[in-house]
Design a protein around this ligand. Structure first.
Ligand SMILES: Nc1ncnc2c1ncn2[C@@H]1O[C@H](COP(=O)(O)OP(=O)(O)O)[C@@H](O)[C@H]1O
Ligand SMILES: [Mg+2]
Length: 243
């Protein structure tokens, strides 16, 4: 059992603080969803957790089982069990998925077969995964390729930014079900950033967090989704600005 703890996290982009005291705690085996208006700092949170240069931590902590992630290199964060799928997966010419998985220590025994099984679970043509990573793949194919990578890496915690972008409804359902299953299969803690409340039906999240202006302003159960669907983000209020 592991726990991901984010407390009072503050992140600046350039000279502007975009994440402004964000708190979030997630245990192994839980599925959490982050929803919030455009520009509220959701992707900034993902980039900061990934250790992306250009996102400056100006306060707070992010830890897995009490070990700070913020002092670690991006590679060491992955070694600590954190997987981050960014909004726009990039092309990596010269590198294939199987190479990445083997380099990360995934058991090479029967790997091609396991890649094929996972590709089929998210409706992706397996031959697309023997190409160089993401090269000449559509946005939706890249998203699904990333889910295959996730499923074989079996991280302790995974964060998916805008998982809905580029996916049609059928692909989205398959991806959401795959993510939800991971919480059962190896106790993954899954954090999904999405605008698409229809996804919640397949994801069956433990908790929904509403983010506004760089803070979690409300946390609730799946019942929050209906309120968001009906009334948007307005009822949840913005935190008082200290900018
Ligand atoms: N690399 C960047 N350079 C400049 N501004 C950025 C950068 N990344 C994010 N921002 C700004 O930070 C704010 C939050 O962006 P973002 O975290 O992408 O929001 P969200 O993902 O919630 O839509 C926005 O105003 C955005 O313009
Ligand atoms: Mg975003």
């Amino acid at each position: 059992m592991s726990v991901l703890t984010i407390q009072g996290l503050r992140v600046a982009v350039g000279d502007r603080e975009v994440v402004r005291g964000l708190d979030l705690t997630m245990q192994s085996g839980e599925v959490h969803v982050i929803m919030g208006p455009n520009g509220s700092g959701k992707s900034t949170l993902a980039h900061a957790l990934a250790g992306h240069p250009g996102y400056r931590i100006t306060g707070g902590t992010a830890e897995i089982d009490g070990v700070s992630l913020l002092d670690l290199s991006p590679t060491d964060r992955v070694r600590r069990g954190l997987f981050l799928a960014l909004q726009q997966p990039i092309e990596v010419p010269g590198v294939r998925l199987a190479d990445v998985l083997r380099a990360a220590g995934v058991d090479p025994e029967g790997l091609e077969g396991r890649i094929r099984v996972e590709a089929e679970r998210v409706g992706l043509r397996p031959d697309l995964l023997s190409r160089f990573m993401n090269v000449d793949l559509s946005g939706g194919e890249r998203k699904r390729a990333e889910v295959v990578q996730f499923a074989l890496l079996r991280p302790a915690f995974a964060l998916f930014d805008e998982v809905d972008s580029g996916l049609d409804v059928d692909a989205l359902g398959a991806v959401a079900r795959r993510l939800a299953a991971s919480s059962q299969e190896w106790g993954c803690g899954v954090l999904v950033i999405t605008h698409f409340s229809r996804l919640l039906h397949d994801l069956m999240p433990t908790k929904i967090h509403v983010v506004r202006a760089g803070q979690v302003v409300t946390t609730g159960g799946p019942e929050l989704a209906a309120v968001l669907e009906r009334e948007g983000y307005e009822p949840f209020g913005a935190p008082s600005s200290d900018a």
